[in-house]
Design a protein around this ligand. Structure first.
Ligand SMILES: NC(=O)c1ccc[n+]([C@@H]2O[C@H](COP(=O)([O-])OP(=O)(O)OC[C@H]3O[C@@H](n4cnc5c(N)ncnc54)[C@H](OP(=O)(O)O)[C@@H]3O)[C@@H](O)[C@H]2O)c1
Length: 256
């Protein structure tokens, strides 16, 4: 029996990963903050796919909760871990309280580091495993703390993939563009200005992420539009990236 732990596995991209893995016969360990949603998703997945789902209610910005999830990840019975939980904050760096940014960063980066360490050691000892970190193409831009955290996630994943090369453990960073999920509504962002061509589905992101991970790819960028955008962003002069990012960020603030 194969088993995967997914953080933020109750909504959007994480739920799409949960369904894709369950349909491949994986038992699941679902991590999120809201116990009622965890219970609903557990029953739905067990009923639809005939798998077993454990649930762990944890706020990954809180160290004791994170440690409990890390303990679960270190037991040596996981074939895959998907570090996916995350959220965005509306507003500029100086206009929001520092505590809000610190909590966001704890979820977007510290939790990814701690859980990759716990699961990575156990997987290396077993000689097999798959670590998938959900990053973002925003990490190639300069759009605030969120972009900086996603840049960290991509670089961290590439470094860990290099460290684990030849051990049987594969690491993949998934870099989506805009995805239909609860993300923007929760952040209070009005995205009605974005054309349909700019949107991806969570199912597409998870499906592509899993096939790239299984193919041993370190970076997975779903969608042709974002593959081109990422390629351009990697070679474009940084002043141009800063200019485009600044214009984009102010447009987002104005439309909210
Ligand atoms: N949507 C996009 O356009 C987009 C684009 C690129 C990358 N991403 C990344 O994709 C990942 C998933 O986002 P999504 O779009 O699927 O958002 P979503 O639909 O809002 O789902 C977020 C999930 O994370 C959980 N979560 C949030 N805060 C948490 C915390 N402090 N501790 C534990 N779990 C927490 C949520 O459950 P609870 O609220 O119950 O905890 C939920 O299951 C994030 O890392 C995001 O940065 C999203």
């Amino acid at each position: 029996m194969t088993r995967a732990l997914i953080t933020g596995g109750t909504s959007g991209i994480g739920l799409a990963f949960a369904k894709a893995l369950a349909s491949d016969g994986y038992d699941l360990v679902l991590v999120a903050r809201t116990p009622t949603t965890l219970a609903e998703i557990k029953s739905e997945l067990e009923r639809e796919y005939g798998i077993t789902a454990e649930t762990l209610a944890a706020d990954l910005s809180k160290r004791p909760d994170l440690d409990a999830v890390a303990e679960r990840a270190s037991r040596g019975d996981l074939d895959a871990i998907v570090n996916n939980a995350g959220y965005g904050l509306r507003g500029t760096f100086l206009d929001n309280d520092l505590a809000a940014w610190e909590a966001q960063d704890d979820v977007l980066t510290r939790a990814v580091m701690v859980l990759s360490h716990a699961a990575g050691r156990a997987m290396r000892d077993r000689g097999s495993g798959m670590i998938i970190n959900v990053s973002s193409v925003a990490g190639y831009t300069t759009m605030g703390v969120y972009a900086a955290a996603k840049s960290w996630t991509t670089v961290f994943s590439e470094a860990l993939a290099t460290e684990l090369a030849g051990t049987g453990v594969h690491v993949t960073a998934v870099l989506p563009g805009f995805v239909h999920s609860e993300f923007h509504r929760r952040a209070g962002l009005n995205m009605s200005w974005l054309p349909a061509a700019g949107w991806l589905t969570a199912e597409h992101v998870a499906g592509r992420g899993l096939s790239d991970a299984r193919a041993g790819k370190t970076l997975s960028i779903p969608g042709a539009v974002y593959q081109v955008a990422a390629r351009v962003a990697r070679i474009a002069p940084r002043p141009l990236i800063r200019g485009i990012s600044g214009g984009f960020a102010s447009r987002r603030i104005k439309s909210n």
